[in-house]
Design a protein around this ligand. Structure first.
Ligand SMILES: [Zn+2]
Length: 190
């Protein structure tokens, strides 16, 4: 076990470990990139090693790179999107699913969100009507979310949900006209 308090080298027992930031060239699918790589270097025997914190940072950098290559939102982008929607991580999980710590893991690049989750997030970000529907399904009132509807970008959309037998169940027709949060333009969903 490495002792972080005095950073004594566990290999030679004499030197001290100095934190370093290097670069590692990594390849994923058809893309190659130089990623920051964190490790510690012993000032006596020259051995290199990474502690738990450095390993975690290296893993996260690699995960963020993989997400970019796979066309998924990176952790930073998920966080920015969630904040645009005015959601805490806990509310976001209730609305989009994934479990209580899902967004903390997506945003720190510990885990990649599924392709389906990625698409759902982008949809909610681009289409306010979809976001409103999801938040209502999760049992939130619009005003609780703190979304700024007045400043929503211009949009126009038509959403139709069908029940199991294929008959239209709910139809949302929306435009960029700012909506009254107490009286949604489509009226009662029932
Ligand atoms: Zn050493």
């Amino acid at each position: 076990m490495m002792n972080d308090s005095n950073n004594l080298c566990p290999i030679c027992g004499e030197g001290h470990l100095q934190p370093q930031v290097g670069q590692n060239t990594v390849k994923y699918k058809d893309q190659t990139v130089a990623l920051e790589f964190r490790f510690s270097l012993c000032d006596v025997c020259g051995s290199e090693q990474s502690n738990a914190e450095q390993l975690r940072a290296n893993k996260r950098a690699m995960m963020a790179f993989k997400k970019r290559v796979d066309g998924l939102l990176t952790g930073k982008e998920v966080r920015a999107l969630r904040e645009r929607l005015g959601l805490s991580q806990a509310k976001a999980a209730r609305i989009f699913g994934g479990g209580p710590v899902a967004f903390s893991k997506y945003e720190s690049d510990d885990v990649a969100q599924s392709e389906a989750m990625d698409k759902l997030l982008r949809l909610a970000d681009k289409l306010p009507a979809a976001f409103v529907l999801l938040t209502r399904q999760a049992g939130f009132e619009d005003r609780v979310l703190g979304g700024d509807w007045e400043e929503a970008v211009e949009w126009s959309s038509e959403v139709e949900l069908r029940s199991g037998d294929g008959r239209p169940r709910l139809r949302l027709v929306s435009s960029s006209t700012p909506m009254d949060v107490d009286e949604p333009p489509w009226g009662n969903a029932a």
